[in-house]
Design a protein around this ligand. Structure first.
Ligand code: ADP
Length: 484
């Protein structure tokens, strides 16, 4: 098959102005941290982008205190309408500066510019618009509190987020927290702090009252200090199941509530009556979008045995057309792996897949010499006991299993400790609804995959965590007596 040649179409880096080093954003100001700092790099080139402060327990404490002061003195006294005005302002500023945010996200994360431009940044703005609309309508969003009152906010929220969708995950935490009347201390992931720091500038530009949003950068120890802080009323965490368990343990017996959005091993189930062209696109998008760094990725393809060969053939043909490389190039489909550590994890598990007897195939495409890269990879002949069928790889690796009957598809799809998302491809509506009911997953997509919308609650069951983000359910988790 001929692969079409594309002329390079790089997005301009000049849209982004980086500081050499960044402090913490506390009480509306950037404060120089006295402690150590660390470098954040571009995973596509390994170039150091900036030095970022590592917040100590004292830095976290200052941020929590600033959030508490802002909550008591200002934010809890504002009307919902006024809170909504700030959120609308932030949403519009994100739109105005969307290209700058998209380039910065791509530089710091490694994801293709078309994805940060068309998915991450517009969805982040949409979350602020959506929650701005709720700020003065909380009484209609959730059941009334005692005596018919509108449920009160919780106070100070601690948000801890991962590196796969940095600004979007920030929006998932900050927008509902503020709409519900809380203030927040947010800790971005250590490999992708830059859009959160640019967001701090947006808060200043929006003249958000100081201390309503605070950003503390750092790694696991900074996150742990935020979790342990007695002044935090709720922890909203997105990340790995291992860290989610640590957080649940740390919070057991305290009065701090939590929502945990953790790992997944999503099943994308394709029946023999599925529209195959669409299904192939759904399979590719389900696992190769964002380099597979997606907690709800369709990392297990369950395909009906009668069409397995055809699906495999079509899938490989389609994957051969994916362009892997410079994330700033608008032609790129698959960007860089976010860090060397993650690349090692992916390579390690792929090696295990081979060692356990599954058949490994990759696109064989050329990879850049610098940076962290992994070819889109497919394992066939995978069985349920293989580690690549059980463990989250969080990379561009698809494990293919087969089934014969709908009941077998259900049993195999549910045979995982996780329960975040699943996809079903069939022409038959009744089968789709029956299956959706049987699947132990928080989100089930029908004849599509990886669809996100601020109005739609997202979250998992089993070891994928608890609580929902987005929609009225997500908002409720930031109000007293609701969803936590
Ligand atoms: P990932 O697999 O996405 O890297 P992690 O769970 O390791 O997921 O990281 C998600 C977020 O949790 C990051 O911001 C990270 O710094 C933070 N984190 C890591 N360890 C801890 C911990 N023990 N307590 C709180 N936060 C942590």
């Amino acid at each position: 098959m001929t692969v079409i040649e594309y002329a390079p179409a790089p997005e301009s880096r000049a849209l982004v102005r980086l500081e050499a080093s960044y402090g913490l954003f506390v009480g509306g100001e950037f404060v120089a941290a006295s402690g150590p700092s660390f470098a954040t790099i571009n995973p596509a080139t390994e170039e150091v982008l900036a030095q970022v402060s590592e917040a100590s327990a004292a830095g976290v404490d200052a941020a929590v205190k600033a959030a508490r002061t802002a909550y008591t003195r200002v934010w809890s006294k504002l009307s919902g309408t006024d809170r909504g005005k700030y959120l609308f302002r932030i949403a519009r500023l994100l739109q105005e500066r969307a290209r700058e945010f998209a380039v910065l996200e791509t530089l710091d994360n490694g994801k293709p510019i078309t994805q940060s431009r068309d998915v991450d940044i517009p969805l982040a703005a949409a979350h602020f618009f959506y929650h701005a609309g709720w700020a003065d309508k909380l009484a209609y969003a959730v059941p009334p509190g005692p005596g018919g009152s509108t449920p009160a906010p919780l106070g100070v929220v601690g948000g801890i987020i991962p590196w796969n969708f940095p600004l979007l995950m920030l929006a998932w935490k900050v927008a509902p927290a503020l709409a519900a009347g809380n203030t927040i201390v947010l800790k971005p992931a250590e490999t992708t702090p830059l859009t959160a720091l640019l967001f701090a500038q947006v808060c200043q530009e929006a003249e958000l009252p100081p201390g309503v949003v605070n950003i503390v950068t750092g790694a696991g120890a900074t996150g742990a200090a935020l979790v342990a802080h007695p002044g935090v009323d709720k922890i909203a965490f997105t990340g790995s199941t291992a860290v989610g368990k640590q957080i649940a343990r740390a919070l057991a017996g305290t009065r701090t509530s939590a929502t945990l959005e953790l790992g997944g091993k999503g099943a994308n189930i394709v029946f023999d009556d599925a529209p195959l062209d669409e299904a192939i696109e759904g399979i590719v998008g389900g696992i190769f979008f964002n380099q597979g760094h997606v907690c709800c990725a369709g990392s297990r393809l369950l395909v009906q045995e009668s069409i397995a060969d055809e699906v495999e053939r079509r899938l490989k043909r389609r994957l051969a057309t994916l362009r892997v490389g410079d994330p700033l190039d608008k032609n790129t489909d698959v960007g860089a792996i976010n860090s060397r550590t993650q690349l090692d994890t992916i390579a390690g598990l792929a090696h295990v897949g081979e060692a356990e007897g599954a058949h490994r195939w990759d696109t064989g495409c050329a990879l850049p010499e610098q940076g962290f890269w992994f070819r889109p990879t497919v394992f066939t002949g995978v069985t349920q006991t293989h580690r690549i069928a059980q463990e989250e790889i969080f990379g561009p690796v698809l494990s293919v299993l087969t089934f014969r009957t709908p009941a077998e598809a259900v049993a195999k799809a549910n045979n995982t400790p996780y329960g975040l998302a699943a996809g079903i491809w069939t022409e038959k509506g009744s089968r789709l609804l029956w299956l959706a009911d049987q699947l132990k997953a928080g989100v089930v997509w029908g004849n599509t995959y990886n669809q996100f919308d601020p109005t739609s609650p997202f979250g998992g069951v089993k070891e994928s965590g608890y609580g929902r983000e987005g929609g009225r359910h997500g908002l409720a988790a930031y109000l007293q007596g609701e969803g936590h």
